[in-house]
Design a protein around this ligand. Structure first.
Ligand code: 1GP
Length: 241
């Protein structure tokens, strides 16, 4: 059952841009959730991603079941490791960190997730995850102990993304890292988008409405906003979406 993925493909072919709000379960309290829910419903978001590099709290099930009652958007797990899998979500971005050379994040975590995934009804969406250098050390780079791809060599990003597509990834995710000083260069987004045929997700360090528009214009099919919304829940309501 690939409903969420089919909808992403349909949006891509209709040139409808998609927007995900990334929620980090560690940073959300029961109180803040009640404030966040109406803001998400008023925003142009089309998806909710749930995850973080260092999720310590065990409240992910509760968080998602509360969100599902009040928000109609598809909820996709964006897990840093197998402990962040919840059956409450609709689907999971099944990530392999293709930019790195750490086998744990290329395949080990994925193998360990299988017994959990086999018992779940989650829609599993294979995603080639590519970390691009961002001017500061982000949690994903530290936690994964990998070196991001260089900013000024888009060709290596293109080749990595295409390797992912040839290996069977359904999505490519170009990531600068949450809270990145510099978001993924537009030139890299553009070259990767031109070369792959699967949908392209872009996130990390995008903090303005113009930043979102530029990423879309460069070729992103789906943009992810985490920190900007976390810091200001009026981020979407104040901009002219
Ligand atoms: C991180 O791409 C997402 O995985 C979002 O990053 O928190 O910088 O928006 P930000």
């Amino acid at each position: 059952n690939q409903t969420i993925y089919t909808e992403i493909l349909q949006a891509k072919s209709a040139n409808q841009k998609l927007l995900a709000i990334l929620l980090d379960p560690d940073k959300i309290t029961t109180d803040s959730l009640q404030n966040i829910i109406p803001k998400i419903n008023q925003s142009p978001a089309t998806h909710i991603f749930i995850g973080g590099s260092i999720v310590t709290d065990n409240t992910i099930d509760e968080l998602i079941s509360e969100l599902k009652q009040k928000i109609k958007l598809p909820i996709l797990l964006f897990p840093g490791n197998p402990s962040q899998i919840s059956n409450q979500a609709h689907g999971i971005l099944f990530l392999s960190l293709l930019s790195g050379r750490n086998p744990d994040f290329l395949i080990e975590h994925q193998v360990r997730a299988v017994p959990i995934l086999k018992k779940s009804k989650l829609e599993i969406i294979s995603t080639g995850y590519i970390l691009i250098e961002s001017g500061n050390k982000t949690a994903v780079a530290s936690v994964s102990k990998t070196i991001p791809l260089p900013r000024h060599n888009s060709q290596i990003a293109v080749d990595t993304a295409l390797a992912g597509e040839f290996l069977g990834s359904k999505l490519i995710y170009l990531e600068a890292g949450s809270g990145a000083k510099l978001s993924v260069p537009l030139e890299t987004i553009s070259l990767v988008a031109k070369n792959i045929s699967i949908p392209l997700i872009v996130g990390g360090g995008i903090t303005t409405f113009d930043g979102i528009k530029e990423a879309f214009f460069a070729g992103a099919d789906l943009v992810v906003i985490g920190t900007a919304f976390e810091n200001d829940t009026n981020f979407f309501t104040n901009s002219n979406f």
